[in-house]
Ligand binder design. Structure first.
Ligand code: NAD
Length: 340
């Protein structure tokens, strides 16, 4: 099968590229250039792709031309400005990329007859956060306090509206939360911040240590996206899908950072940052019953394993192992854990 991954130079995109290749698929990508030190660069992924289109999805014309040239069977759309704090700093860039960029990808798919299914990635942050204890279900109201969340809620509504208005190939919306794994270099995410501090011997300042987050390994999330793509291809499903971890993986940032520091080894340490910070959503969890029941999806890695794998990846690459080899070894171990 020929997959097009938008956002392939990013964190999830790099893992997805390697996961798809390990499963025997051909992969093309469309995104901006990778960040310095990214998994994409470390693993030399440019040499493994069928096409490596460096296109800004805000440019509808260029996106349409590139997707038509690539002529994929399946599109996984992940290209986005994905950071809450960056969205406060540059709301226009965030909206243009996440909303109009998604429109560019929808138009490009519609203009490319080879495409047989599309998975459009949004986030758990699309839900209007009313502080409910139970996980949000797919039919709950959408909202978005910060610019990032609002942009993703808009993208989510845009995809539904597009499908309702114009039909087209089977199209699903995938909503997942906080994912972790080796090779994330984003600013303002917990594990990249921890590893940068641990490696340089500095204590890491953490903004919301008491915040509870649902932790999930990136491979479990991506496996969900691919099960959804298979079901879309089979013509069996449509609509939005939550991919969130079990409640046993809802842990505080402090507990997670403690475990990561212990696994890294002395003198790894962290401290509370204190001070005022822009609003970030409190606990927001997903009810993934629909994906479990209708797609047969479940997390293969529990909380401890997800943290262990993430720290192990960083320690091995820090010690000089090949990022590509370490990532492929973890994918093989993941594939050995099941088929759903
Ligand atoms: N990482 C998480 O915890 C998480 C949680 C929920 C949802 N998501 C969603 O998953 C997707 C991937 O996230 P990630 O963590 O890999 O992000 P990332 O920042 O590592 O990668 C983003 C990718 O999008 C591309 N991109 C950004 N702006 C673009 C533009 N204007 N034109 C073309 N490409 C552009 C980048 O080049 C990069 O390849 C995003 O849609 C994000 O909103 C991520």
């Amino acid at each position: 099968m020929r997959y097009l991954v938008t956002g392939h130079t990013g964190f999830k995109g790099s893992w997805l590229t390697l996961l798809l290749q390990q499963r025997g698929h051909k992969v093309s990508g469309l995104a901006l250039d990778p960040e310095p030190g990214s998994l994409f660069e470390l693993a030399g992924l440019d040499s493994m792709l069928n096409d490596d289109a460096r296109i800004d999805i805000r440019d509808g014309e260029a996106t349409r031309a590139a997707v038509r040239d690539i002529a994929p069977d399946i599109v996984i759309h992940m290209a986005a400005q994905p950071l809450v704090r960056a969205s406060y700093a540059d709301p226009r860039w965030t909206m243009e990329t996440n909303v109009m960029g998604t429109l560019s990808v929808l138009e490009a798919i519609a203009a490319t007859p080879s495409v047989r299914a599309a998975v459009m990635v949004t986030t758990d942050k699309v839900y209007r956060n009313v502080g409910q204890a139970d996980g949000y279900v797919e039919s709950d109201a959408l909202g978005g306090h910060d610019p990032y969340s609002a942009s993703k809620a808009m993208a989510d509504i845009l995809v539904s509206s597009w499908v309702d208005s114009f039909g087209g190939c089977p199209t699903g919306i995938a909503r997942a939360g906080n994912v972790i794994g080796g090779g994330d270099v984003s600013a303002d995410r917990l594990f990249p911040d921890l590893f940068r501090g641990f490696a340089s011997g500095q204590s890491v300042a953490i903004r919301y240590p008491e915040a509870v987050r649902p932790w999930q390994h990136v491979l479990d999330c991506l496996n969900g996206y691919l099960l959804l793509a298979d079901a879309l291809l089979a013509g069996a499903v449509t609509g939005p899908w939550n991919f969130g971890p079990d409640p046993a993986s809802f842990r505080t940032v402090a507990e997670t950072a403690d475990l990561a520091a212990a696994l890294w080894g002395a003198p790894a340490t962290w401290e509370s940052a204190g001070g005022d910070h822009p609003h970030e959503a409190g606990l927001l969890t997903l009810d993934a019953s629909r994906a479990r029941e209708e797609l047969g999806w479940h997390d293969r890695l529990d909380f401890d394993e997800a943290i262990h794998w993430t720290v192990d990846w960083a320690k091995r690459v820090e010690a000089g192992d090949s990022a590509r080899d370490v990532t492929i070894a973890q994918i093989e171990a993941f594939e050995g854990k099941g088929t759903a």
